[in-house]
Design a protein. Structure first.
Length: 124
């Protein structure tokens, strides 16, 4: 039987969720960095209903998975409704933004590493 993992540093790391802080980056949007690797990082989001992550772009490719709620996602002028269980990929440098439809929970993975201090176009 495996013991509970609390944190292991380095390129092969595992984290217990309760050890990773959630940061309010504005308007109730909570960001939790759940993975930092050599070539990628991942965040867990909690976004209040109706909140908007303004249009922005970054050099990283972005993969997302919606856990609950839904996101109205606009990428390069085209809008999609991405609901629970759906996923998306945003190409590097593509202008994109989000609007939460319902209390929304999602995971995003960025590669290569993204400076998350300005995640979602907001400053922490």
């Amino acid at each position: 039987m495996t013991g509970r993992i609390h944190y292991a540093a380095g390129p092969s790391a595992a984290r217990a969720n309760e050890t990773v802080p959630k940061v309010d980056i504005g308007e109730g949007i909570l960001l939790q960095v759940i993975a930092d690797g050599a070539n990628l990082n991942a965040v867990h989001w909690n976004i209040p209903d109706g909140d908007v992550v303004p249009e922005h772009a970054h050099v990283q490719e972005q993969f997302g998975y919606v856990i609950g709620g839904a996101l109205e996602l606009t990428v390069s002028g085209q809008t999609y409704l991405v609901g629970a269980g759906d996923s998306y990929v945003i190409p590097p440098n593509a202008p994109h933004g989000f609007r939460a439809r319902g209390q929304t929970e999602a995971i995003d993975v960025f590669s290569p590493l993204r400076d998350l201090s300005t995640a979602g176009g907001r400053h922490r």
